[in-house]
Design a protein around this ligand. Structure first.
Ligand code: ATP
Length: 346
């Protein structure tokens, strides 16, 4: 199934509830067919942004929402042609699977034969053929999630809006469905806005990710840009784990407790600290390594081991190593970090 796609443009869209501004006026452009993920901690305004696009909320005065060239700011949800999936799915408990998927087609007065054909197509697409006549109460969490998605897609929406669609599922199922969701969104080609607080979902599904915090946009970028070039501490700390090396600038290097880090280009922020990801560092011969420290803790995580190393910098550092490495507490180690993996933050 392939859906039409169109760009979405938000201009100066803010939201105030009873005198409290929960969303600062924001500008956001979503490309036709793009999957844009809104990522951020609870309460940062992700759902409110999604509801503004859906037509479940109207922006404060001056805000505008456009689908392609259409100004939809004043249109209610039923006239925007959006498909929406909520975190709790909000399925109709009194209808069976077929009834739920076909609900929007009935509302849109699609003829019985055409509706049946569309529902059959979606049942097959979502691997729900064997469950078509079951009541919702007899389905697993993953099946309910697929019914909710099929119901949202049935009327051929021009925009797909997903609010934490995988959050209610257990971790293992979530991993599987994340991959399926990715394949599905690519196949549909529909413009999608996806709300989550899960960074793995954001990384896998987003063409671009919008990191939000306290009602504003902190950064918009591809998953790689967000991860490797975070624009602020808020982004860096929310996405992945980041080590901090504080010290003093001397001759183009950051001198710290356990050695020094040379940077490829002078760091303009002036703040005497650098950051790096645990997986961007490796163990090296202490005699020649940039930093030296002592193993404080070694945590076996299956596919990797996370080492906590003290003494190399004022803060303890995490270094992730793959393979069957076992290091006792107190072992002296060297840490090597590629210069391009060093992050300077304003
Ligand atoms: P979560 O992941 O917890 O859903 P979120 O990032 O989606 O968080 P929002 O649901 O957009 O955040 O909420 C942002 C802020 O706006 C919160 O402080 C919330 O309490 C407040 N808020 C949302 N809807 C309303 C409302 N109808 N009336 C008053 N306050 C609201």
């Amino acid at each position: 199934m392939k859906l039409d796609s169109m760009p979405i443009t938000l201009t100066q869209c803010g939201k105030t509830f009873r005198g409290t501004r929960v969303l600062e006026p924001l500008d956001l452009s979503i490309g036709a067919g793009e999957t844009l993920v809104l990522l951020g901690p609870s309460g940062c305004g992700k759902t409110t942004t999604l509801r503004l696009i859906a037509g479940l909320e109207t922006p404060d005065a001056g805000g505008q929402v456009r689908f392609g060239d259409d100004d939809v700011t004043a249109l209610p949800i039923e006239r925007r042609k959006v498909g929406m999936v909520f975190q709790n799915y909000a399925l109709f408990p009194n209808l069976n699977v077929r009834g739920n998927i076909g609900y929007g087609l009935k509302i849109a007065r699609v003829g019985a034969a055409a509706a049946r054909e569309r529902v059959d197509e979606l049942l097959a697409m979502m691997r729900l053929q064997d469950h078509a006549d079951k009541p919702i109460g007899q389905l697993s969490g993953g099946q309910r999630q697929r019914v909710a998605l099929a119901r949202a897609l049935a009327p051929r929406p021009r925009v797909l809006l997903l609010d934490e669609p995988l959050t209610a599922l257990d971790a293992r199922l979530r991993d599987t469905l994340r991959g399926e969701m990715n394949a599905l969104l690519r196949e549909l080609g529909v413009t999608t806005v996806y709300v989550t607080h899960d960074q793995a979902e954001a990384m896998e599904l987003g063409d671009r990710v919008v990191v939000m915090s306290a009602g504003r946009i902190e950064q918009i970028g591809t998953p790689r840009e967000i991860y490797y070039r975070p624009a602020s501490r808020a982004v860096a700390q929310f996405v992945g784990t980041l080590n901090r090396v504080a010290g003093q600038w001397r001759d183009g290097a950051l001198v710290t407790t356990g050695g020094k880090l040379s940077v490829p280009a002078p760091v303009s922020t002036g703040s005497p600290e650098l950051f790096f990801r645990p997986e961007d560092a490796s163990l090296a011969d202490p005699a020649h390594a940039a930093l030296r420290g002592v193993i404080e803790q070694s945590t076996f995580l299956g596919e990797r081991t996370r080492l906590t190393i003290g003494g190399a910098a004022p803060d303890a550092l995490f270094v992730d190593v793959a393979g069957r490495i076992e290091l006792a507490r107190g072992t002296q180690v060297g840490i090597a970090i590629a210069p391009e993996a060093l992050i300077a933050l304003a």
